[in-house]
Design a protein. Structure first.
Length: 395
């Protein structure tokens, strides 16, 4: 029997990053060692106090559904965080929803706001989840180039050529995956004026908010003049508290938007796992120090890889200031991003992600994640250097 898959699914590709994962799995099965610099998750364990709270919840029988919005105590902790860290006032009663990761939050925001035919401006390269969620809604994602010459910081003038009568939303992700860029206040203010002038909505994904270096400042888009009403702010526990597997995130928006989003949550996931939510309360209340320690270690690794990559022939770099990624440019090597990724895997046993997996405007680049141990990163840098030297390219 041939199953008729929905038309909607015909437009959703299998994740590009997964292809490289499958290749890596095959090699490891053959016993070939691989250093994993393709990963988009912290290598640390979740801090013990957070685990203990989840364990306590289980032991005390706190095992049932919570409110669709999430535990009130967790929403209150999120509201407190928004106020103190971001200067944003959201009511825990009806302007915050606890989600199954930021992934679900992006899906809910787009489902609640986009009609078929609407267009969404997405600075690219990007985490392509935005593209696929827009497509689920029948909307069209429009990639807008993030330029290397602008250090991957978007300017309003970059968006203007892509604006049309059906443009409804603009996506902002800072600190940024895959470039590591941190969008500075002046650039965000310029985008806020653009959003206002064109009567758009903004989806601001701030999941890497705390992973920020070089004294850079994280600015929440909703805190800018006139943006609170127009912005859906998304964040979560995955990256800063090393909790990717807990599937815990949150979304905040004006009541009219959360009222639409909560219906999607109600009919799909109902609520985030209850014991995970108890861990989330502990993370927000007492996880700051552990988060800062992990960030310091990420920064040490960032400095190592940027220094080493800069010294390698054929590799150019824009300094990353946030998240745990760097997107080096390899235009001088005469290999496209897929060929280079394969070359690194074959000749150095190092896994990275080809720039092509990030939705456009990342030709001749690769994403390297430094969410691996300092020792492994040193080893990977040595292997890469040797492999490149054998190519005979000079600096
Ligand atoms: N937003 C960005 C920009 C990401 O890179 C990722 C994961 O890689 C997520 C959100 C996913 O977050 P979560 O684990 O909370 O679903």
């Amino acid at each position: 029997m041939t199953v008729a898959i929905s038309d909607r699914m015909q437009h959703i590709p299998f994740s590009g990053i997964r292809k490289i994962f499958e290749e890596i799995i095959l090699r490891e099965k053959r016993g070939e060692p691989v250093i994993h610099l393709e990963i988009g998750r912290p290598d640390f364990d979740t801090p013990l106090n957070i685990k203990r709270e989840a364990q306590r919840a289980l032991e005390e029988g706190l095992v049932h559904y919570t409110s669709n919005y999430g535990l009130l105590e967790l929403r209150e902790a999120v509201a407190h965080k928004f106020l103190h860290d971001n200067g944003l006032k959201y009511s825990p009663d009806n302007e915050i929803i606890i989600t199954v990761g930021a992934n679900e939050a992006v899906f809910m925001a787009m489902m609640a706001l986009l009609n078929p035919g609407d267009q969404v401006l997405v600075p690219s390269p990007c985490w392509t989840h935005y593209y696929q969620c827009a497509r689920f809604c029948g909307a069209t994602p429009i990639p807008v180039p993030l330029k290397r010459e602008n250090r991957f910081i978007p300017r309003a003038s970059d968006f203007k050529p892509y604006l049309g009568p059906k443009t409804k939303m603009l996506v902002i992700n800072t600190p940024h995956n895959p470039t590591g860029a941190v969008f500075e206040r002046s650039a965000l203010e310029e985008l806020a004026d653009f959003v206002k002038a064109n009567d758009l909505l903004a989806l601001s994904d701030e999941i890497y908010e705390k992973l920020i270096y070089n004294g850079k400042e994280h600015v929440s888009f909703a805190s800018l003049d006139g943006m609170w009403d127009r912005t859906i702010t998304i964040n979560g526990m995955s990256k800063i508290y090393a909790m990717t597997g807990w599937r815990l995130g949150y979304v905040a928006a004006p009541k009219a938007i959360t009222e639409a989003m909560i219906k999607i949550h109600q009919y799909t996931t109902v609520c985030a796992a209850t014991f995970a939510q108890y861990g989330g309360i502990e993370a927000l209340k007492n996880g700051r120090q552990a988060g800062q320690e992990m960030t310091r270690e990420f920064d040490r690794r960032r400095q190592l890889v940027t220094k080493r990559l800069r010294a390698m022939p054929g590799i150019e770099l824009v300094e990353p200031n946030g998240a745990f990624y760097v997107l080096p440019y390899i235009g001088g090597l005469g290999m496209d991003s897929n060929a280079f990724t394969k070359f690194l895997l074959d000749r150095a046993g190092v896994a990275v992600v080809p720039g092509d997996a990030f939705g456009g405007f990342a030709e001749n680049t690769f994403r390297l994640s430094y969410a691996n141990s300092f020792e492994k990163l040193e080893d990977a840098m040595d292997r890469m250097e040797q492999a490149l030297q054998k190519l005979g390219v000079s600096k």
